[in-house]
Design a protein around this ligand. Structure first.
Ligand code: A2H
Length: 255
């Protein structure tokens, strides 16, 4: 855990199609011309090209909050309260909740992930290790560069029936976003294998992998895709972030 405030990028993943249970729960609660966005908080905006799914905690309760005339954000109550004080919503200090939905009911929802190479959208999938008291409680998955995400999608694909998901939802192609001198083109996969991590519950090794991947990716990595291909990650990161802001596809969120 970092000391001092974390500067997240809150990304707007537009809901294209609700999972049946969410659809049922939300019936009549969101105007027909309204758009709902799942809003993950990330520290690695430069990796968003590689999003393959969006994680929620199955036991976590989420709210849908009115952000502007037609836009609604799906996050935890806690995050919405923070956002209200950071001027994200129309009225300073006020988070207007229009609906509630449990994470498990969201599984299978199809969302558009900005910058992702997977243009047909990505699915909402369960991640048991999502912490309800951090970020927005929504986590976008980049298995090329996040060891947690890699271990989770591997587990989901292996036990698709157990999780009640379609296997292919967890098996979208993992492209290379960043090349690193020590860990190659997909540093998360490299480290998960090197440290013999076999499940998302191997938290001790995952913490080590996370630390190594973060340092190597950020300080030694070179972009492999997108407008800043060939540039160092350190230089590309603020530029990708700004582009997402300018496109209205993300906003700053801190805690
Ligand atoms: B990061 P920190 Cl490619 N529970 O985004 C668990 N994990 C959460 C979370 C929550 N409530 N909210 C955010 N996160 C994840 C990308 C990424 C991230 C990459 C590589 C490393 C990485 C894609 N997932 O994080 O405790 C989010 O995943 C490594 C730490 O506030 C977010 O950034 O430092 C990061 O953890 C925030 O973690």
């Amino acid at each position: 855990e970092a000391v001092g405030p974390q500067e997240y990028t809150a990304l707007k993943l537009k809901v294209l199609e609700w999972a049946p249970k969410a659809e049922e729960t939300l019936k009549g609660k969101i105007p027909s011309d309204g758009t709902v966005f799942m809003v993950p908080a990330t520290l690695r905006p430069e990796t968003m090209y590689g999003q393959t799914c969006c994680f929620v905690g199955p036991k976590i309760n989420y709210g849908i909050f009115k952000a502007s005339e037609k836009d609604y954000y799906l996050v935890t109550d806690r995050a919405a309260r923070n956002m209200a004080y950071q001027g994200v919503f129309a009225k300073e200090g006020v988070a207007e909740k229009v609906a509630e939905v449990q994470g498990s009911d969201l599984i299978g929802t199809l969302v558009n992930a900005p910058l992702s190479v997977h243009k047909d959208g990505v699915r909402v999938l369960p991640m048991e290790t999502v912490v309800p008291t951090k970020g927005t409680g929504v986590v976008t998955s980049v298995p090329s560069d996040s060891p947690d995400d890699f271990a989770t999608v591997a587990d989901l694909a292996k036990k698709a029936d157990y999780y009640g998901i379609k296997k292919e939802w967890a098996e979208l192609e993992i492209i290379s976003i960043i090349t690193t001198p020590s860990y190659g083109d997909r540093c998360a996969e490299f480290l998960v294998k090197k440290l013999k991590i076999s499940s998302p519950k191997d938290t001790k090794q995952l913490d080590e992998a996370k630390e190594l991947a973060y340092k190597e990716g950020f300080y030694q990595g070179v972009m492999n895709v997108g407008e800043f291909k060939g540039e160092k990650v350190e230089a590309a990161k603020p530029k990708v972030r700004q582009q997402l802001f300018d496109a209205g596809e993300a906003f700053a969120y801190s805690e």
